[in-house]
Design a protein. Structure first.
Length: 143
């Protein structure tokens, strides 16, 4: 039986000394996505890989453990429920990763440096219907 408190997160270099968790940088905060469904996490990982990002592994972890980790390192976390439908531009980050990514090989150094404020980029950019349709087709193609 599957535990109701299990969520799926994306890890880079899982099980190594250089293990890191995938985050989205919004302003000066890091956001960890906790997916309810493994398939949703896998689709997101494939979208990252399609952007020439190193392939993360999808790992099942207790939700309370991730929330405690996030709290201890000053990260925010967001639960992405099954069947999630975005309501805002920021919500779309939960279905499709931003186009600007940090290099994961230097993730510790990157945390200490100034990064692109993705929230401002999203606010400044409006998605056309054609772009939204392209993303929808891409996601459906992963099914």
């Amino acid at each position: 039986m599957i535990s109701a408190t299990r969520v799926f997160v994306l890890l880079f270099n899982a099980g190594t000394d250089n293990e890191g968790i995938h985050t989205i940088r919004i302003g000066d905060r890091n956001l960890v996505l906790m997916f309810e469904e493994e398939d949703d996490a896998t689709r997101y990982a494939l979208l990252l890989e399609a952007q020439d990002f190193p392939a993360p592994s999808v790992e099942a972890i207790d939700r309370a453990e991730i929330e405690e980790f996030c709290h201890s390192v000053g990260y925010d976390c967001k639960f992405v429920p099954s069947g999630f439908v975005p309501q805002t531009e920021s919500d779309r980050l939960l279905l499709a990763p931003p186009e600007n990514n940090l290099d994961t090989s230097n993730w510790r150094e990157a945390e200490a440096t100034e990064t692109l404020n993705e929230a401002e980029v999203i606010e400044d950019r409006t998605m056309s219907d054609a772009e939204l349709e392209r993303i929808r087709r891409k996601l459906e193609g992963l099914l």
